[in-house]
Design a binder for this molecule. Structure first.
Ligand code: CUA
Length: 160
């Protein structure tokens, strides 16, 4: 079979690119620990906020917990059109793990001035961990259109 020289060059070039990309993905995943966000766990959106069923059913003011000095976790329930809790306070330098789920429709969760950006899907818990060294107010907003009150859906993360 005759393959034109230019065509051979393109075939070789395409295969080389695929190999380079695969190596780049392997290096970023293994050496740098960069992972595609994956759902933390599956839950039943109808019962996830029932008291006693899950941390999302705890009273709103008990959904931010200090696990150890400088280590916090927060369980945020998204629903049309609020985040509960919508205000989180942590001391500067703390590591915060956020768990977010929705009890109704699809929402988004984006913390401004950070690279936290998740989809919030009913039935799934999204999770992200980040250390906040710089004091200040970080607004978090819903960035998936979720109905007529979408633009009112936001909260504040206060790093003191
Ligand atoms: Cu929730 Cu947009």
């Amino acid at each position: 079979m005759h393959v034109d020289r230019t065509e051979k060059l393109f075939i070789f070039g395409s295969i080389t690119l695929i190999v380079i990309f695969a190596i780049a993905i392997a290096i970023s995943g293994i050496a740098y620990g960069i992972q595609v966000p994956a759902p933390y766990e599956q839950v039943n959106p109808n019962t996830v906020s029932t008291p006693g069923n899950s941390p999302f059913g705890a009273p709103v003011d008990e959904r931010v917990r200090e696990l150890a000095p400088g280590k916090y976790e927060a369980y945020i329930l998204a629903q049309t059109w609020v985040f509960q809790p919508n205000e989180i306070r942590i001391p500067a330098g703390s590591e915060l793990t956020l768990y977010v789920t929705s009890k109704d429709v699809q929402h988004g969760f984006l913390v401004q001035r950070t690279n936290i950006n998740m989809m919030v899907i009913p039935g799934q818990v999204s999770q992200v961990t980040m250390t906040f060294d710089d004091p200040g107010e970080y607004n978090f907003v819903c960035h998936e259109y979720c109905g007529v009150g979408h633009q009112t859906m936001y909260g504040r993360l206060i790093v003191e």
